[in-house]
Design a protein around this ligand. Structure first.
Ligand SMILES: Cc1cc2nc3c(=O)[nH]c(=O)nc-3n(C[C@H](O)[C@H](O)[C@H](O)COP(=O)(O)OP(=O)(O)OC[C@H]3O[C@@H](n4cnc5c(N)ncnc54)[C@H](O)[C@@H]3O)c2cc1C
Length: 484
């Protein structure tokens, strides 16, 4: 008998879940009908690419990581391998940081927080002499005696000193999560660093060993992909390709899920929906299993009546808001050589921008040679108030920062601001324990799975893995099928 599975949310997590269900259904272990409900009028969630004249703007993400295999494998199955592109000049370009109002290259060999090349740190103007000495002493700092989670800020201060936190770890790692490092959970975001402390007694020694192992394995196996890749027509190509691979009647746009309830007699789910202003009616659908990929705060609203404890745990995951501001300039108006992928901005520098990608340099095909396309990030856990500003004022402030840092003489020839309210889950200290509690509360609801950015990874590769795993779990819960 055909089983009906509803996927809630049409971001990359929901799309990956719906796609995996479609694959499983076509492969034959179980006959499925799949419905994907998306509240807005488009698929992709925070993934959005816009073509404007000769420019290709990434309004949200611009790439994904390849050392977590799920995204790469999905692209292979979708026939996108030939369209994947590595950053230009993969080995030669720098990442800059702002130091005392100027762009300085991050020292070579810095692995997120850990310096692996003494020479480049010693020569760098980013750190005071005492900070350099402090870093050098890291292998002698005793291991942490307490067990359990710790904040990123506490860990970096303890092992490498305040300046490494302020100048490197906060803008690089805090920036990825748009978070305050004083709250960010190390276990949930960078588990390899406390593991290095446990195993090697030092993140510097641990990082050096990891680097050597990676170099050796690259030599032996020949790495096919760079660490990050994008797609030649932009990240939305991935969204369109998944959509095309689904059965034609799978996706229902403008359908906002209001509530999930369980009908124990029929052993089926009821999914109450409202049409997001597209039609003034609400509906109800029934399903044998449900995969909810909504951000935790939205999932909490749909589940609160079913299980208030579960709803409260989900609601307790905080979110920050961000915006991207894409600005294009005449290349001749920008004095900086733009010989890098972009720059990050330590919070202590007091700027509006958190980070900036030199989009026209990083990936080919984003802008003609005479245009500099720059994508800036604003807001996050440390500067939420900036998002209260209207677009024009935010763009003007970003332009002021860029003008000073990149020595820009002209006005932007294009500006595009995209807001992502409550979009970045904050993996605060204790996050993994909360996710464990959420998972154990779901055990009695075997045919309901949660997936997406809120739980075990915010990156696109993590989200795809979570959607696919949820799809396999849902099929398992309905049949005797087992994943290999
Ligand atoms: C600006 C920005 C840049 C980023 N850059 C990168 C990057 O370069 N690389 C990388 O790997 N990651 C990046 N990330 C992170 C990554 O893109 C996201 O974590 C990931 O795409 C989230 O996917 P998702 O499906 O879990 O959630 P979302 O994309 O948030 O999708 C959730 C979907 O649910 C829908 N929805 C909400 N409520 C309801 C409801 N009640 N009923 C039905 N539907 C509903 C929403 O409309 C949305 O479409 C970035 C994130 C942001 C915000």
């Amino acid at each position: 008998m055909t089983k009906h599975i509803i996927v809630i949310g049409g971001g990359i997590s929901g799309l990956a879940a719906a796609h995996r269900l479609t694959e499983l259904s076509r492969a034959g272990p179980v006959e499925l009908r799949v419905t994907l409900l998306e509240a807005s009028d488009r698929l992709g969630g925070v993934i959005a690419t816009e073509r404007t004249g000769d420019l290709l703007l990434e309004l949200g993400p611009d790439s994904y990581i390849t050392d977590k295999p799920a995204a790469l494998r999905l692209c292979e199955r979708l026939g996108l391998t030939d369209r994947l592109i590595a950053p230009q000049h993969s080995t030669g370009l720098k990442l800059y940081t702002v130091h005392r109002g100027r762009l300085e290259p991050l020292p070579e060999g810095f692995l997120l927080m850990a310096p692996t090349r003494a020479g480049s740190v010693l020569r760098s103007p980013l750190f005071s002499l005492s900070a350099k000495l402090r870093m050098g002493l890291e292998p002698l700092i005793p291991r942490r005696s307490a067990s359990g989670d710790e904040s990123l800020a506490s860990f970096v201060r303890r092992r490498l000193g305040r300046e490494v936190l302020e100048r490197v770890a906060q803008p690089l790692i805090g920036g990825i999560y748009a978070s305050d490092p004083e709250h960010l959970s190390l276990a949930a975001t960078m588990p390899r660093f406390p593991e290095m402390e446990r195993r090697h007694g030092s993140v510097i020694l641990g990082s050096r060993r990891a680097q050597k192992r990676r170099a050796q394995s690259t030599r032996e196996t020949g790495a096919r992909w760079s660490l990050f890749v994008s797609i030649d027509g932009g990240m939305e190509v991935l969204v369109r390709s998944i959509e095309e691979a689904l059965e034609p009647d799978t996706v229902r746009l403008g359908e906002s899920v209001r509530e999930l309830s369980w009908n124990p007699d029929a052993r089926r789910w009821r999914v109450a929906t409202g049409r997001n202003g597209l039609e003034p009616r609400s509906g109800e659908l029934e399903a044998d299993a449900v995969i909810c990929t909504l951000p935790a705060h939205a999932a909490a609203n749909t589940l609160a009546r079913l299980d208030s404890d579960l709803g409260n745990e989900l609601k307790a995951i905080p979110f920050s808001s961000t915006a991207t501001v894409n600005l294009a300039y005449r290349r001749s108006d920008v004095a900086h050589p733009l010989d890098g992928y972009g720059f990050v901005v330590p919070h202590v520098e007091g700027r509006k921008i958190m980070a900036c990608t030199f989009s026209s340099v990083k990936y080919a095909g984003r802008a003609p040679d005479d245009v500099a396309l720059l994508r800036c990030f604003v807001g996050g856990g440390l500067q939420p108030h900036l998002l209260d500003e209207p677009d024009e004022s935010m763009e003007a402030q970003v332009h002021d920062d860029l003008r000073a840092l990149l020595r820009i003489s002209g006005e932007p020839i294009l500006h595009r601001t995209t807001r992502y309210p409550d979009s970045m889950p904050q993996y605060n200290v204790g996050h993994l324990e909360r996710v464990e509690r959420i998972t154990s509360k779901l055990k009695y609801l075997a045919t309901l799975a949660l997936a997406g950015k809120s739980y075990r990874g915010v990156g696109i590769a993590d989200c795809i893995a979570s959607g696919e795993t949820a799809a396999e779990t849902a099929v398992k819960s309905l049949t005797s099928w087992r994943a290999d």
